[in-house]
Design a protein around this ligand. Structure first.
Ligand code: HEC
Length: 445
């Protein structure tokens, strides 16, 4: 069915080409398509970045015309998983219907280059960085990747020992070799933390060698393909790094058929002025009790967190593993009002984050409910083993139901003081919780 379709569109393209290209309505690469690629595609599709081909120049884009049409019509590209009903996000990557029509018309019209004079000036990307860092911290040693292997998450302690308290307005994590860094995080480990206390600085430890005890630590920089820099300024907010902190690099590598070495780094921009409010990243509702039955195509897991102080929610990033299917974050306000923050399919390959266009004020007592579904059936192509009972755990073959959150709040509070687990999230490990229909939440829809 698919090949018939593409043959038909190819036939159309040839017919259009043969019919000549006169007329002002002709859609060309330089005039119509390149501006869209600059805005929506080049963050990933440019030389040295993660995507398989560059969409910077006509010559490199042209051979991909048919695949481009297929990918944008199916909304596979750019990757974006917030459906209708979600809040509005400033980093919304979705193409508009008009943009899809333009790309389709370009491909169907023979993928013409047009006049180079019509091309917009090239989009400028900062020498790799998307910000101008005041400080760069690089992994002291590189990590060696074989040509082919499954590599556990790696953790490397970097002794920075920040000499004073620092406020950070923006950060960016940059892979050394973007072809093998699937995603990663840089954590701030405050002084006194037990996490990796015995680790040799600069040595990479796999997850099974080194327990992840990140409860007192905070993500300061993260990397996903195309993510760029993260800005922490909302009003007067910034991120806080306490004096004496060190950094922990967490990396998820995938091999690429050739040996290589990676030395990832993080760049910081220092914030100026006073900061009555603080931006911090924390875990959202977590389904640590989850149990997914073998073969279950649609296991539902509910988790819950309650606000202990008022805070503004500015960022959400659902997190599940390979059986993750979809995720919704719903708010139950003390007034009884109910609101969806994000709802959409989940794809493990894209651990995307979403910046709220309008921060949501969450009064004390607001419940944040995570609703996730998992496909543990053999029909899930990413499922490593449909006969397994799956529990919470850090490895990809375990599962998680989590949602990282960015909060802006009064800087007199610590991030851990903002919220507490409640409802099903208080159940012990391996105790399956209620489904949504059985959950008691005051003011539930
Ligand atoms: C967030 C990064 C990112 C953005 C933005 C992005 N892509 Fe991609 N694209 C990728 C990656 C990575 C791959 C390869 C892996 C995959 O196919 O999932 C890919 C694959 C593709 C493919 C499939 C290539 C093949 O092997 O068949 C096409 C076509 C494509 N992208 C077109 C686009 C277009 C057109 C845009 C903009 C409208 C875009 N992409 C935006 C990262 C991105």
């Amino acid at each position: 069915m698919f090949s018939v379709l593409s043959r038909v569109s190819l036939a159309c393209a040839i017919a259009t080409l043969a019919a000549g290209t006169a007329g002002a309505a002709t859609v060309t690469f330089n005039k119509d398509v390149l501006p869209i690629f600059q805005n929506r595609c080049q963050s990933c599709h440019r030389p040295g970045e993660v995507a398989p081909m560059s969409l910077v120049a006509y010559e490199s884009a042209r051979p991909w015309a048919k695949a481009i049409k297929a990918a944008v019509v199916a909304r596979k590209m750019p990757p974006w998983f917030a459906d209708e009903g979600s809040r509005h996000f400033t980093n919304d990557q979705k193409l508009s219907d008009a943009e899809i029509r333009t790309i389709t018309a370009w491909v169907d019209g023979g993928a013409l280059e047009g006049d180079r004079k019509d091309a917009p000036p090239p989009r400028h990307f900062e020498d790799g960085w998307n910000l101008k860092p005041d400080m760069v911290v690089e992994m002291p040693n590189s990590f060696h990747l074989p040509a082919k292997a499954t590599i556990e998450y790696q953790f490397m302690l970097v002794k920075v020992n920040f000499p004073e308290d620092v406020w950070i307005s923006a950060a960016e994590m940059r892979p050394g070799d973007a072809r093998v860094v699937h995603h990663g995080e840089v954590w701030v480990r405050p002084p006194g933390s037990k996490w990796m206390a015995d680790a040799i600085p600069g040595k990479a430890y796999s997850q099974s060698q080194m327990r992840k005890e990140a409860e007192d630590s905070e993500v300061i920089g993260k990397y996903n393909p195309g993510l760029g820099a993260q800005n922490f300024v909302i009003g007067d907010s910034a991120k806080f790094i306490p004096k004496g902190s060190d950094l922990i690099f967490e990396l998820h590598y995938t091999t690429m058929g050739k040996e290589t070495d990676d030395r990832t780094k993080v760049g910081f921009v220092f914030a100026k002025g006073e900061h009555k409010t603080r931006y911090a990243m924390s875990y959202g509702p977590q389904g640590r009790n989850l149990v997914i039955a073998p073969g279950d195509p649609n296991a539902e897991v509910i988790s819950e967190l309650t606000m202990a102080q008022e805070a503004r929610l500015v960022y959400v990033q659902p997190h599940m593993h390979v059986r993750g299917k979809d995720y919704e974050l719903r708010l139950y306000y003390p007034t009884g009002e109910v609101q969806t923050v994000i709802k959409g399919p989940f794809d493990f390959n894209w651990q995307l984050g979403y910046d709220l266009a309008e921060p949501l004020v969450l009064p004390k007592g607001t419940r944040l409910v995570g609703i996730s579904h998992f496909d543990n059936s053999p029909n899930n192509p990413n499922n490593p083993d449909a006969t397994q009972k799956v529990k919470w755990g850090p490895q990809n073959w375990d599962e998680m139901s989590n949602c990282f959150m960015g909060f802006v709040f009064d800087s007199k509070y610590k991030p851990q003081e903002l919220s507490f687990y409640s409802g099903p999230s208080l159940l012990p490990a391996d105790a399956p919780g209620p489904t949504m229909s059985a959950l008691k939440v005051p003011g539930k829809k």
